[in-house]
Write a protein that binds this ligand. Structure first.
Ligand code: 5RP
Length: 226
């Protein structure tokens, strides 16, 4: 069973006529965009999408989903996106697809944020998945060296050709190989304070609903926050 497709299609059911919808990035979000595209075509569903990467923009355009830029919308009703890891207290790591800067900007404007994952992404504590940090190219070696001194096990992410991967915003990604993140808020604060860091992949206190793909069907979890 294709669990990514299962949760992508399930999430698309939460989209209603008239909504402004944040469209995430990645192999799971791909199915959600496909499902929304079908609803637009077959049911005449009327929505406006706000995409989180060039890849998703291309897919949405091919499917005829009307789009607006993040600058053009007042707010976003719902954003549906994938995730790389979700901890048992529903904090997340994103950016495996190097799109976390736009993804976080779109999520921050959204009334509801749904993450769609197969059950392999559900973990007790974050950190096994390398934490992506987007950095400006200027002086990035200094940022790398700082991470190295802080024992954050950095590595520059490479593309298929072995060159440093360049994001949609023209930046590099440094992945931090941490194994376990004991205090995500503390780490986020530290990373936010480093000049040259554009955005990191810790998405904290952000998600409102998680849809987990399991062999026996999708599980929809409403996330309660204090
Ligand atoms: C892209 C992301 C993706 O949502 C995340 O990497 C999950 O991707 P996939 O669904 O392909 O496993 O954050 O920046």
């Amino acid at each position: 069973m294709n669990l990514k497709k299962m949760v992508g299609y399930k999430a698309a059911e939460f989209v209603r006529d008239g909504m402004t919808v944040g469209l995430g990035t990645g192999s799971t979000a791909y199915y959600m965009v496909e499902a929304i595209g079908k609803r637009v075509k077959e049911e005449g569903l009327s929505i406006v999408g706000v995409t989180t990467s060039h890849r998703t923009t291309d897919q949405a355009n091919e499917l005829g989903i009307p789009l607006k830029d993040l600058n053009e919308v007042e707010s976003i009703d719902i954003t549906i996106d994938g995730a790389d890891e979700i901890s048992d207290d529903f904090q997340g790591i994103k950016g495996g697809g190097a799109a976390h800067l736009f993804e976080k900007m779109v999520a921050n404007q959204s009334k509801e944020v749904i993450w769609i994952v197969d059950d392999s992404k559900m973990v007790t504590k974050l950190g096994k998945f390398p934490l992506p940090v987007e950095v400006v190219r200027f002086g990035c070696q200094q940022v790398y060296n700082l991470f190295d001194r802080e024992k954050l096990n950095p590595s520059f992410r490479l593309d298929d050709k072995g060159d440093r991967l360049v994001t949609d915003s023209g930046n590099y990604i440094i992945d931090l190989h941490l194994e376990v993140i004991e205090n995500p808020h503390e780490l986020a604060k530290m990373l936010d304070s480093v000049t040259g860091v554009v955005e990191h992949g810790l998405f904290l206190d952000c998600v409102t609903k998680v849809i987990v793909g399991r062999e026996d069907g999708p599980e929809v979890i409403d996330v309660k926050r204090n």
